[in-house]
Design a protein around this ligand. Structure first.
Ligand code: GLU
Length: 555
C-alpha cells in the first residue's frame, strides 16, 4: 500500500467509497444537447442581495430558455458567517420574486436526485474526493498555525513578494507523508491543502461566456480545501458540487473571476471537465460622482427586502434587472408591449460588462408601467396584502370599504392610456386619502392652492352654482360641456383660447373652473379625472365638501 494511501486512510478511516461510486450515484443528466443546468448558490449570511437576485434571475432564465434545470444550493460551509434562519429566508424571497426552482434545497425536504443541496450535509461526498486527492499526492495535511501563517505573510510583505501559501513558502508541502502521519498520530491539528502545480509567473487563457478569453496568471496557491471543522472551503466545495450536480454553466458575480484559475486547476486535477463560466457584472451605485458596489452596509437598495417593504411590485424589480442584463430588453418591452420576461429572447453574450449603475428612476418607470397594467381588483388585492405587513394606515382605509377602494384604483385604468402615477403600493395612501372624508378634512385645514388671480367671490359663486346645477347622470364629455355652461354663468370663458383673446371680459376659462373644483374636492391641483372623482364621491359628499370650502372662503 503506498504511503499516500496510508495517509489518506489515516485521515479518512471511515471512507470506503470512491470517485466512481459518486459518478454512479450522480450520473450525467439526460437532457437536450443545448440544455443548460444552472444554479443559484447563495451563502446563508443574511438577506438576499439585489446583486444575488440578479444572478439568480439570469441563471433561472437561461435554464428555462434551454429546457434545462435550475437548482438552488445552499453554500453554508462557512459556519462562522452563517446567520440563523437566513437560508429559509432566501427561499421565501426567491419565491416572492417568482424564481421557482426545479431542484434543490428546500426548507423541509430537498427536491431532486443530485442532493443533498446544502453543503453542510455533503461532508461525506467531499471527504471521498479529498481522500482521492490525498491518495494521489494531490493534497496534503498542513499543520501550520494561524500565528505561523501571519508571520509568513509579514515576511512576504517585507520581501515584497506575492503573499500566500505557495511554492517554497508552503512549508508543509515538503513534509514527507511519513512525517505527516506521525504528526497526525500525535494529535496535531491540521487542515488539508491542495498541492498546486502552477506558477503565478505563467499566464493561462481561460474562457468566460460573457467576456470571451481571459488571460490571467496561473494559480500556484496551495489553497485549503478542508478546514479543521472538516468542512471544505468554497473553492473546493463548488467544484465538487458543480461536477456531481452536473452543472453545465456556472453563473456568478465577477468577484470570482480572480479565483477562476484555482477552480479550473481543481477540475483538471480531478480529471473532470469544467462547466462553462459566466461572471456577471456587479451592480454599482453612483455616490458623489464615484461608482461603488452596492453594499450591504451602506445602501438600502442592496437588500431586496427594501423593495418589498416599499411596496414595489416584484415584477418591476425583475424587469429592471433584466434590463440591466440585456440592454435590448427595454426596447423589446416597447415593441412587444409586454413585460413577460419569459417571452424575451435573452442572450447572455450580449450582456454589458460595465458594472451596471442602479437607477431608481428606471425602476420607478417600469413599476408604474407594470402597475398601470394591473386590473383594479388585482392592484387592490395585492396592495392590501402589502398593507397588512407594511402600512397600517392604508390597511385601515382599505378595510373601511374594499369595493370603494377598488373603485378608486379603477379611475383611469383599463383604457388604452391608463394613468401611471403609482410606482409602489407605498404611494397609494398619499394619492387616495382625499377620497375619505376625515382625511379630506385634515388636508383642507392647510392653505389651498387656488389661483390667486381669481377672486374669492368668483370661486364662491361658481361652487354655489355647481352645487345647484351639477347633473351626476351625464357621461364624462356631456358633463364637461355642462360644466362649461355652469362656469360661463359666473364669467368663465368656455375655452382657454377664447379667454386668451379677450382676457378683460372673463374671470378665467373653464380649465380654471375645473381646477377650482379639483382643489375644492381634493385639496390639490394634481388629482385624477374630475368626473370620476364626482362619480365616486357622489352628490351628498361633493356638496358637503363644496359647502365647507365656501364657508372657509367666506370667513
Ligand atoms: N456562495 C457563493 C456566493 O454567495 C456563490 C458563488 C457561486 O455561485 O459559485 O458568493
Amino acid at each position: 500500500m503506498s504511503i499516500y494511501v496510508q495517509l489518506a486512510n489515516l485521515i479518512f478511516e471511515n471512507i470506503n467509497e470512491t470517485l466512481s461510486d459518486l459518478e454512479k450515484l450522480y450520473p450525467p443528466r439526460s437532457l437536450d444537447k443545448l440544455a443548460e443546468v444552472t444554479r443559484f448558490a447563495p451563502s446563508p449570511t443574511g438577506f438576499l442581495h439585489t446583486g444575488s437576485l440578479f444572478t439568480a434571475l439570469v441563471a433561472h432564465k437561461i435554464a428555462k430558455d434551454t429546457n434545462g434545470v435550475f437548482y438552488l444550493r445552499l453554500e453554508d460551509t462557512d459556519t462562522k458567517r452563517e446567520i440563523e434562519g437566513s437560508g429559509e429566508e432566501l427561499i421565501q424571497q426567491l419565491k416572492i420574486f417568482k424564481i421557482n426552482i426545479d431542484e434543490g434545497y428546500l426548507e423541509d425536504e430537498d427536491l431532486g436526485k443530485y442532493g443533498p443541496y446544502r453543503q453542510s450535509q455533503r461532508a461525506h461526498i467531499y471527504h471521498i474526493v479529498i481522500k482521492y486527492l490525498l491518495e494521489n499526492n494531490l493534497a496534503y495535511p498542513c499543520f501550520c498555525s494561524t500565528e505561523e501563517l501571519d508571520t509568513l505573510r509579514k515576511t512576504q510583505e517585507k520581501q515584497k513578494v506575492v503573499t500566500g501559501y505557495y511554492g517554497k513558502y508552503a512549508k508543509c508541502r515538503y513534509l514527507s507523508a511519513e512525517e505527516a502521519i506521525k504528526k497526525i498520530k500525535s494529535g496535531q491539528p491540521y487542515v488539508i491543502r491542495y498541492r498546486s502545480h502552477g506558477n503565478h509567473e505563467r499566464k493561462i487563457t481561460l474562457s468566460d461566456v460573457i467576456r470571451g478569453d481571459i488571460t490571467i496568471a496561473e494559480n500556484d496557491l496551495d489553497i485549503v480545501i478542508l478546514k479543521a471543522d472538516l468542512l471544505p472551503t468554497y473553492h473546493f466545495a463548488h467544484v465538487v458540487d458543480d461536477h456531481f450536480m452536473r452543472t453545465t454553466l456556472v453563473i456568478r458575480g465577477e468577484e470570482w473571476i480572480s479565483s477562476l484559475p484555482i477552480h479550473i486547476e481543481l477540475f483538471n486535477a480531478l480529471k473532470w471537465s469544467a462547466p462553462k463560466y459566466a461572471h456577471l457584472p456587479l451592480i454599482m451605485k453612483l455616490v458623489d460622482g464615484h461608482k461603488h458596489k452596492l453594499s450591504k452596509r451602506r445602501d438600502q437598495e442592496a437588500a431586496v427586502t427594501y423593495f418589498i417593504e416599499d411596496g414595489y411590485p416584484v415584477e418591476a424589480l425583475n424587469v429592471y434587472l433584466m434590463s440591466i442584463a440585456n440592454s435590448s430588453f427595454e426596447q423589446w418591452t416597447v415593441d412587444h408591449n409586454s413585460y413577460e420576461i419569459e417571452d424575451f429572447p435573452f442572450d447572455i453574450k450580449k450582456m454589458s460588462l460595465d458594472g451596471a449603475l442602479f437607477d431608481i428612476d428606471k425602476l420607478n418607470y417600469f413599476a408604474k408601467e407594470i402597475i398601470a397594467r394591473l386590473k383594479a381588483n388585482e392592484l387592490a388585492t395585492r396592495s392590501k396584502r402589502w398593507a397588512v405587513n407594511y402600512s397600517p394606515e392604508l390597511l385601515e382605509l382599505i378595510n373601511r370599504d374594499f369595493i370603494y377602494y377598488e373603485n378608486i384604483l379603477n379611475i383611469e385604468r383599463e383604457k388604452e392610456k391608463p394613468r401611471k402615477d403609482i410606482a409602489k403600493f407605498n404611494d397609494i395612501y398619499r394619492q387616495i386619502r382625499f377620497f375619505y372624508h376625515d382625511l379630506y378634512l385634515e388636508l383642507i385645514s392647510e392653505t389651498l392652492p387656488f389661483n390667486e388671480t381669481i377672486k374669492k367671490e368668483t370661486i364662491i359663486s361658481f361652487l354655489t352654482l355647481f352645487i345647484k346645477k351639477n347633473d351626476y347622470s351625464l357621461n364624462n364629455s356631456d358633463w364637461f360641456n355642462a360644466l362649461k355652461e355652469i362656469a360661463s354663468q359666473v364669467g368663465f370663458a368656455s375655452s382657454a383660447k377664447i379667454y386668451k383673446n379677450n382676457k378683460e371680459e372673463y374671470v378665467g376659462h373653464v380649465g380654471d373652473a375645473a381646477e377650482i373644483l379639483r382643489i375644492s374636492l381634493t385639496s390639490s391641483k394634481n388629482a385624477p379625472n374630475l368626473w370620476d372623482i364626482l362619480q365616486l364621491l357622489k352628490k351628498e359628499e361633493v356638496d358637503k365638501r363644496l359647502n365647507l370650502i365656501i364657508k372657509k372662503l367666506s370667513e
